[in-house]
Design a protein around this ligand. Structure first.
Ligand code: HEM
Length: 235
């Protein structure tokens, strides 16, 4: 291979555009679809057509009617987090739009703080299914996720606002968004257990299975991004 070909192959392999495209296809599109679907369902369809409650997650109808503020606070703010997170990932990859990045980042941080606090509360009222220990399984899972969601946000904010450490900020905010992305994973898993007619038996396990892989993949990706971007101008 000629030297110029080798150089161009190496350049393509590490090109930010490839990362940019993968973020759009694998993260931005699914996140936007789930954010749109959930906000339409809870803020448009269910209020306009209350009879739908008899079909959609009817097991939690009474619970959701009782805890409407934390539930809608969680879903509304979660939707904003799911929509804002990928915008900033794309911005960061493009190495520009600093002011937009900060503005969108602030909205994301407030949204995660609200949604996670409501989620921790809702974890004590999540559907326990019909299996022994279902309450402990589902509550411990969602509660741990909520605490980690808040904890990684704190670490990301501490990294940039107090320590001015862009590497730490990048690591923790990518890990944090991987936890936000659990909202996408759970929709896919939920569809699978409904299709397999195992919803009442398997739902409590989603409290754990929906998110444990996310920070593992997220933190590995964060390390990789940090390795690649070492030496470049920070966002
Ligand atoms: C990542 C941290 C999150 C935690 C800890 C969490 C936790 C919870 C809990 C405990 C419930 C009640 C489940 C039940 O009734 O059985 C719930 C419901 C819900 N969450 Fe989250 N959640 C998170 C992220 C998100 C995000 C980012 C969204 C944005 C779309 C979201 C949307 C919803 C919706 C729509 C429901 C109602 C149940 C449904 O329709 O499936 N969640 N969440």
């Amino acid at each position: 291979m000629a030297a110029s070909d080798a150089a161009s192959t190496a350049l393509t392999a590490t090109s930010p555009h490839r990362g940019y495209l993968s973020v759009i296809l694998l993260v931005l599109v699914p996140s936007a679809l789930v954010a749109l679907a959930m906000s339409t369902l809870y803020f448009v369809m269910l209020p306009a057509m209350p009879f739908l409650r008899d079909y959609y997650f009817e097991q939690q109808e009474q619970t959701y009617a009782t805890y409407v503020v934390p539930l809608l606070g969680h879903i509304g703010a979660g939707t904003i987090a799911l929509a804002c997170g990928p915008v900033n990932l794309v911005n960061a990859l493009r190495n520009g739009y600093t002011r937009t990045h900060r503005y969108v980042g602030a909205v994301y941080a407030v949204a995660v703080a609200i949604s996670a606090t409501c989620a921790i509360f809702m974890s004590f009222h999540a559907y326990p299914g019909i299996i022994p220990g279902g309450r402990l399984i589902v509550t411990s899972g969602f509660c741990t996720l909520g605490i980690l969601w808040l904890g990684t946000l704190m670490m990301a904010l501490r990294g940039i606002l107090i320590r001015h450490d862009i590497v730490a900020h990048r690591f923790w905010i990518i890990t944090n968004f991987s936890l936000t992305f659990a909202a996408v994973v759970i929709r896919a898993e939920n569809g699978a257990i409904i299709a397999a007619d195992q919803f009442d038996r398997l739902y409590p396990w989603l409290g754990w299975v929906s998110w444990v892989p996310c920070p593992i993949v997220g933190s590995l990706l964060a390390r990789r991004v940090n390795r690649r971007r070492r030496g470049r101008v920070p966002v």
